[in-house]
Design a protein around this ligand. Structure first.
Ligand SMILES: [Zn+2]
Length: 415
């Protein structure tokens, strides 16, 4: 070999090294990491490392299984959350316990001999006892500041992510999260007049946090674990508040709806009352009276109209048909409308009467009848009407509430 050939071969080797600066992939151990066992007992790699960086799980980072929760007691019942959904525990017909989803969650109720058994059934079926997936580390070759090559790693675990940049500095953690304020440059151009533009987020380091890859992986996994528990806590807290507000609305109707409405509009006292109810406190009689007064004292016309709309919607929601078409029904309530009208052709005019009866639970019926049937009746009278349903889908035009049309059979004054 000539001197020239030797030289050329050296150069080629150097070039090849420059293209693959790290250890060749074949030299990198690729066995699954120790200490992790998949859900079926088979070993499964904790994460993959397609690049030359190996990651070890710290001995303390053994994956934990989530134990089923204890039932939380509120609103006269027992509840728990799994997979971010709330389940209610009730006695099943056979004397066992059953756990049924309040909203979302499993479609069928799960049975158990005890409450704990029913909880465990849901817990297992929703796979809540499994640990979160092992974090996945993806390596990328990128260009950094001034176009220099840069190693990056993205650690992901169930929606939780941390983006890292490789740092080559002896004696420092090898992976960093760039400072969010300066983007990793360490300077802020537009603050050049203050301390020469040194970033006040990172003091010029360009780094907000630094980790070993193991620490970053453990951190992301801890966040994912915590989020799963927190999602259940949040769901349970929301259900508790929903029930408290429902009870309050059942007790105070209009006042409750007004407090809800006004607090959403920035009424400070209303917001305070609402928060108190959600925390489970009873409003004093004075506070309820104050809310009632505030409701009456509302002077802003736009607010009055907006609140009337809230009331209207509540009424529409409450309204329901008296029965299916052709069904014979009996409705007890108060006569709210009693009006006569003229009908028939001009040569044979006759008088009819329109009667609206409103039951206390959002049921309203309307009937058209003869003068004889409404004789001696007045608006405000308590009556019981019996008739067959003619149109269950009729709505009051002005408000949109359901008002069943009845073919009247009898109308009797309640004793
Ligand atoms: Zn910075």
């Amino acid at each position: 070999m000539t001197v020239l050939e030797n030289l050329l071969s050296d150069i080629f080797e150097e070039l090849a090294d420059a293209e693959h600066p790290d250890v060749a992939p074949t030299d990198v151990p690729r066995e699954p990491l120790p200490g992790y066992t998949g859900r079926l007992g088979a070993p499964r790699p904790a994460f993959y490392y397609p690049d030359a960086y190996t990651v070890d799980i710290a001995p303390g980072d053994q994956p934990g299984y989530f134990a089923p929760p204890k039932a939380a007691r509120f609103d006269g019942g027992a509840f728990f959350a799994a997979g971010g959904h709330v389940y209610a525990l009730t006695r099943a017909p056979g004397g066992d316990w059953q756990a049924a989803a309040v909203s979302g969650g499993l479609g069928a109720p799960q049975l158990g001999r005890t409450q704990a058994d029913a909880i465990r059934a849901v817990w297992d079926l929703t796979e809540s006892h499994f640990d979160v997936n092992a974090p996945f580390v993806e390596f990328r070759d990128a260009r950094g500041l001034y176009g220099l090559p840069e190693k990056r790693a993205v650690v992901t675990c169930q929606g939780h992510t941390i983006s890292l940049k490789r740092r080559h500095k002896v004696g420092h953690s090898p992976w960093v999260v760039p400072c969010g304020k300066c983007g990793g440059t360490g300077t802020l151009e537009h603050y050049r007049h203050v301390k020469g533009g040194v970033c006040f987020g990172c003091d010029g380091d360009g780094i907000s946090m630094s980790y070993t890859l193991e620490d970053a992986v453990a951190l992301v996994r801890t966040e994912a674990r915590k989020e799963r528990t927190d999602a259940n806590k949040r769901a349970l807290a929301a259900e508790r508040e929903r029930r408290r507000w429902l009870r309050f609305t059942q007790a105070h109707g209009q006042v409750a709806r007004w407090i809800d409405f006004a607090s959403s509009r920035g009424h400070q006292k209303a917001a305070k009352w609402r928060a108190a109810v959600l925390k489970g406190r009873e409003l004093t009689a004075d506070q309820v009276q104050a809310a009632r007064d505030a409701l009456g004292l509302e002077r802003d016309e736009a607010e009055v109209a907006a609140y009337a709309e809230v009331e209207r919607r509540a009424a529409v929601k409450r309204s329901r048909p008296a029965g299916v078409k052709g069904e014979r029904v009996s409705v007890s309530g108060v006569v709210t409308v009693l009006r006569s009208y003229e009908t028939g052709p001009h040569y044979r005019r006759r008088v009819g009467w329109r009667v609206v009866v409103q039951a206390p639970d959002g049921l309203s019926v309307i009937a058209f009848t003869t003068p004889a049937k409404v004789k001696g009746l007045a608006e405000g009278d308590a009556v019981t009407v019996v008739g067959t349903v003619k149109d269950p889908e009729n709505r009051v035009i002005a408000t949109g509430e359901l008002q069943t049309v009845l073919r009247l059979e009898s109308l009797s004054t309640a004793v």
